[in-house]
Ligand binder design. Structure first.
Ligand SMILES: O=c1ccn([C@@H]2O[C@H](COP(=O)(O)O)[C@@H](O)[C@H]2O)c(=O)[nH]1
Length: 599
């Protein structure tokens, strides 16, 4: 753990169940490789994780079983350790690269920016030459314009201790907001390609499908069906991500999937037993394959427990060195530099919106009206729209640091506007963006972040939008199967004869409700809309005739169609820059001016 991180407390634990092939899985770490410095339960850093996997590999060798370490993408964007450097990722690439990873693939956040795609291609892919898989992702070489696979399409290997043959694939969901130097081939198209058809006929003992794909998204279902059609009895292990949830899905009795949360809060564990060897067993149809899973809270106490080593033996030289690399990077980036002190906790989904405790109410009422201002248009009434997905994390009462600004909102989007829009037209845009109602009232899959926001155009999509209908502002689902961990509420106390529980993930998945390693008390969650809107500079006497319609540029694809629906005929020619600052800059500036410096 990093210096200053709070010490975890011992909680009731569920053990890991080992099988013949075991997986340790991370996903959607979003640069949190230094761990959570304000949450004890997630305070282990990437160095601790390196130590942990070294112990676990040794344990696997002692047991004569196999262990594979997997990462399924979105390693970038969302933490000062990644976003605070120039270029972004200057430190995290080498920190991440210290882990010995057997299988890894790309997430959508590795693809939003050209520079990120380039760095992935020139640093991470060659570093993990044997284990990086890009089944449906190409790279456009800047020098030649040639379209080449971002990495190998699949790998085939034998496991170290038992010699099982594995064919592993690495997908990204059908993402289409990727930078121009990358090409995402849809999963459906990919599966028609010759190499894929050969790969699924390799007759391995186990298929491993890694993917930056939510377990309930269509892509894993498609892949499962095609592999299963060609291999009736071969076990298939899916390791997914993207949805930021702990989840396990059963496809059939020989095919299971695990997703391991977000932000390096969770280390996923999946084990498979009863895998028949093709070379030895012709009756594989009869084999009973069992899958187990566990969601490990990422703190040193829990990792020591599962590794079965004492506190003094836990840190390996390599792990200790990685923790030091992180400490040095955090120092060089000045991430602990305090900008101000938050007077209270501000929650994304733990508080109702609108409400005093909601980060969105704070932005809407305090930050945006004050800080998203074009000085030349300051006297013109304005409506400013933000997607709630632009906010990534809560703010805790106390020190708000340089690091916090990136945890809250790391993106490079700036603010655009359309001047002098009739108020009667402009005011309807937010209603349209939020008109879908609760996610469960839609036909969209609630586990897909891009689809969590129901279409604002419900059933009446303009044709140009229909093709991009999953590009809606991020919507956080309050009824999600599992919930981010935060400190326990006083009124959650359990009876005297039961151990005191800490508030946190209480996951229910296809295997039941016993997946979390730490037994937690549950936490309540609330829905938030797709977008929020701030009003500023309005006259007191009456509504203005026209307003500036300001919006964060990430939501631009929906603005013109929404205006059309509202009776305004605009095109992208009417859009210009309003403020050349990111939301990160805006929040940092506001905090520096408005919050006390001592806490
Ligand atoms: O520039 C950006 C990029 C993304 N977002 C929001 O993030 C989600 C996707 O993040 P995941 O971690 O992959 O879920 C996207 O739906 C947007 O809500 C953004 O606001 N700006």
């Amino acid at each position: 753990a990093q210096p200053g991180a709070p010490a975890p407390v011992a909680v009731p634990m569920r053990e890991l169940e080992w099988g013949q092939i075991n997986f340790i899985h991370t996903t959607d770490t979003h640069g949190w490789h230094g761990g959570h410095l304000q949450e004890a339960q997630y305070s282990a850093d990437w160095g601790d994780y390196v130590s942990f996997t070294e112990h676990m590999r040794k344990k696997a060798d002692e047991k004569g079983v196999d262990l594979l370490v997997v990462d399924t993408g979105d390693r970038v964007e969302g933490n000062g350790l990644y976003d605070g450097s120039t270029p972004k990722g200057n430190y995290t690439s080498s920190i991440f690269g210290q882990q010995n990873i057997d299988i890894l693939c790309t997430g959508n956040h590795e693809l939003y920016q050209e520079a990120t795609v380039d760095r992935e291609h020139s640093i991470t892919v060659p570093h993990f030459k044997k284990s990086y898989i890009a089944s449906n992702l190409d790279y456009i070489e800047p020098e030649t314009g040639n379209q080449i696979p971002q990495a190998q399409r699949y790998i085939k290997f034998k496991t170290k201790n038992q010699g099982y043959t594995i064919v592993a694939l690495g997908f990204i969901f059908d993402f289409d907001r990727n930078a121009n130097n990358s090409v995402v081939i849809t999963v459906e198209e990919t599966m028609k390609q010759e190499w894929f058809q050969s790969a699924i006929r390799e007759k391995p003992d186990l298929f491993v499908v890694s993917g930056h794909v939510g377990l309930r998204m269509k892509e894993f279902e498609q892949i499962f069906r095609v592999i299963r059609d060609a291999n009736w009895y071969t076990p298939i292990a899916f390791l997914g991500g993207h949805a930021h949830v702990r989840d396990a899905r059963r496809f059939d009795d020989k095919a299971f999937a695990i997703a391991s949360g977000r932000y390096f809060e969770t280390i996923g564990w999946m084990s498979i037993d009863g895998i028949p060897k093709k070379s030895e067993d012709s009756a594989s149809a009869k084999a009973t394959v069992t899958f187990k899973r566990r969601y490990i809270d990422n703190n040193v106490l829990g990792l020591q427990h599962h590794a079965g080593v004492s506190e003094t033996d836990f840190l390996t030289p390599r792990g200790r060195n990685v923790s030091q690399m992180i400490t040095d990077a955090r120092k060089a980036l000045n991430l602990d530099h305090k900008l101000g002190c938050s007077p209270r906790d501000l929650w994304m989904t733990r508080a109702e919106y609108p409400n005093d405790g909601s980060i969105f109410s704070w932005l809407e009422n305090e930050v945006v009206p004050d800080a998203v201002v074009n000085e030349e248009r300051a006297d013109t009434p304005r409506l400013t729209i933000l997607n709630t997905g632009a906010i990534r994390f809560d703010i805790f009462k106390g020190a708000f640091t340089k690091d916090s600004t990136y945890l809250i909102s790391p993106f490079t989007s700036k603010f655009n506007y359309i001047p002098d829009v009739p108020y009667d037209v402009a005011k309807k845009v937010i209603q349209l963006l939020n008109s879908g109602g609760p996610v469960f009232n839609t036909e969209l899959d609630p586990s897909i972040p891009e689809q969590m926001a129901p279409s604002p155009f419900l059933g009446k999509e303009p044709t140009e939008l229909a093709a991009h209908s999953h590009h809606h502002p991020h919507f956080f689902d309050a009824n999600s199967a599992q919930q981010p961990l935060v400190a326990d509420d006083a009124d959650d106390a359990v009876s005297d004869d039961e151990p005191q529980l800490v508030g946190g993930y209480t996951t229910t998945d296809d295997l039941g409700d016993d997946g979390d390693d730490a037994v937690h008390s549950p936490i309540k969650f609330y829905n938030v809309p797709n977008c929020i809107q701030s009003q500023a500079g309005f006259p007191e006497a009456a509504d203005p005739a026209t307003v500036d319609l300001v919006f964060i540029d990430y939501v631009q694809p929906w603005i013109i169609p929404a205006l059309k629906f509202s009776g305004g005929d605009y095109s992208t020619d009417n859009i210009t820059v309003y403020l050349n600052a990111t939301l990160t800059d805006v929040i940092a500036g506001w905090v520096g001016t408005h919050w006390a410096k001592d806490c």
